[in-house]
Ligand binder design. Structure first.
Ligand code: NDP
Length: 483
């Protein structure tokens, strides 16, 4: 038998006895000094983190995405830049309304969230198994979910609430027609399509904008359950989707999806007969046909559910250069809501967890501290930007185009009118001589303590631009302070 590893406490000390807690004599009360017992119970009490308010019940798998068709004329996203290029992915599938322990064979949309670990950072395509949604405005989302979740009095999903909200929200008619149709209960996560659902923006190397919709078509074929089949399965095997996905991958039957897109030149959007940014509507295929662009294969189960699935955090705001948001209001709302949910559930540093951090590049910025910062944390590096000590600097390259200012526009408007100095100079000049002298001395005493000459020179130059006399006097005063 191989040598067993020694059991330790959380601080690494060997545990002598994991069967008997310490007591005051053979029949005495348990001792407060039993650090191992107290730590073990405390750890256990804290095993649960807040459940996702939607999409609580889920399964995940690792895999890869391979580009099969050249799409460089529509997007400069590097992970899509050439045929044959592969990118690591992690996918989380989920039901929506049920709690973490709820049965999976139910009539409910399915979450279909894909994290592409690209060389330009993680790209999260956080979609569903439906190309549409119940509502078109994020302001209605909390109310909609309340109508689907347990009632405040009965603590169960109430048909009154579900149908009341529907009856007052005509925009949900398309989604209800889908949901109560044959595809409303997928047989498994493998046998359903995935959709980005929202309209997104692609930008090519020339800065031209396109709007796109993503369709992951299952290569396993669509398979669904009838209402009766689902009711039986939900009782007999509540984890039917979880088991199906895991055992298929364990058997070497790796599920795959063909990714197709619909592409709309940005100029078409204004005159299209459907509002292209309304999440309750599709773009009919006859207007914008599906174009195959790649294949996604899932070939590895997570080793640890909590680490890799429960802590997985997908964020529709995680774009890469060449891909961006559209004015779809639901998408715009989700750009805030997902990151906010993760910061609540997992904490501000959840982006460092192995499942969430970039895999094909590294995050490099000036975000610091916060709860549970557990990396080397940039050591002694400066924690502000701009700085003259090195460290990461902005690329200057627009990530995607503006939707407000035209195709070549930008949202990052610089409000600078070209004058940083004239009013500082006017303030200096209105001061009486004694006040000028105090001002100059206060600044000079600070700058005299700076160890790097270039910092001092740049600072003096700013004051000189405000008023030559102001800068000259500071320069002289610094020398006097250093003597
Ligand atoms: P098409 O005839 O070109 O496409 C019909 C689509 O409906 C196909 O994608 C088909 O999927 C899908 N479908 C078939 N049966 C069902 C079902 N029971 N529940 C949900 N989807 C089903 O028509 P249009 O593009 O003009 O769209 C017509 C309607 O089809 C839309 O209003 C929408 O409800 C639905 N649809 C449209 C999609 C789109 O992006 N245009 C995407 C999916 C559905 P498959 O090819 O896999 O059989």
């Amino acid at each position: 038998m191989p040598a067993r590893r020694i059991l330790t406490t959380e601080s690494g000390a060997p545990v002598a006895d994991n069967q008997n807690s310490q007591t005051a004599g053979p029949d005495g009360p348990v001792l407060l000094q039993d650090q191992h017992l107290i730590e073990k119970l405390a750890q256990f009490n804290r095993e649960r983190i807040p459940e996702r308010i939607v999409h609580a019940r889920g399964s995940g798998a690792h895999g890869h995405f391979e580009v099969t068709v050249d799409v460089s004329r529509w997007t400069r996203a590097r992970f899509l830049s050439e045929v044959g290029k592969t990118t690591e992915v992690f996918v989380r599938f989920s039901t929506v309304a049920g709690s973490r322990g709820a049965p999976e064979a139910v009539r409910d949309p399915r979450g279909f969230a894909v994290k592409f670990y690209t060389e330009d950072g993680n790209y999260d395509l956080t979609g569903n198994d439906t190309p549409i949604f119940f509502i078109r405005d994020p302001l209605k989302f909390p109310d909609f979910i309340h109508s689907q979740k347990p009632d405040p009095y009965t603590n169960r999903q109430e048909p009154d609430n579900v149908w009341d909200f529907f009856s007052l929200s005509p925009e949900a008619t398309h989604m209800f027609t889908w949901l109560f149709g044959d595809r409303g209960i997928p047989a498994s996560y493998r046998h359903m399509n995935g959709y980005g659902s929202h309209t997104f923006q692609w930008v090519n190397a020339a800065g031209e904008q396109f709007f796109v919709k993503y369709h992951f078509k299952t290569d396993q074929g669509i398979e669904c359950l009838t209402t009766d089949e689902a009711a039986r399965l939900a009782g007999e095997n509540p984890e039917s989707h979880t088991v199906d996905l895991m055992t298929a991958i364990d058997r070497g039957e790796f599920p795959s999806w063909t990714l197709r897109v619909q592409v709309m030149p940005a100029a078409d959007a204004a005159s299209y007969h459907v509002n292209p940014f309304d999440l309750t509507r599709v773009w009919p295929h006859s207007d914008y046909p599906l174009i195959e662009i790649g294949k996604m294969v899932l070939d590895r189960n997570p080793d640890n559910y909590f680490a890799e699935v429960e802590q997985a955090a997908f964020d529709p705001g995680h774009f890469v250069p060449g891909i961006g948001p559209s004015p779809d209001k639901m998408l715009q709302g989700r750009l805030f809501a997902y990151g906010d949910a993760h910061r609540y559930r997992l904490g501000i540093n959840h982006t460092q967890l192995p499942i969430n951090r970039p895999h094909a590049t590294e995050a490099d910025n000036y975000g610091r501290d916060g709860s549970m910062r557990f990396d080397a944390h940039y050591g002694r590096e400066k924690n502000y930007e701009p700085n003259s000590f090195g460290g990461p600097a902005e690329s200057g390259e627009p990530l995607y185009g503006s939707l407000a200012g035209g195709p070549s526009g930008t949202y990052a408007w610089d409000q600078h009118d070209g004058d940083d100095f004239s009013q500082a100079g006017a303030l200096y000049r209105l001061m009486p001589e004694e006040a000028k002298a105090r001002l100059v001395d206060n600044i000079a005493s600070g700058l005299a303590q700076v160890s790097k000459d270039d910092i001092v020179e740049r600072s003096i130059a700013n004051f000189r631009h405000a008023d030559p006399d102001y800068g000259a006097r500071i320069e002289v005063a610094i020398k006097a302070h250093r003597r």
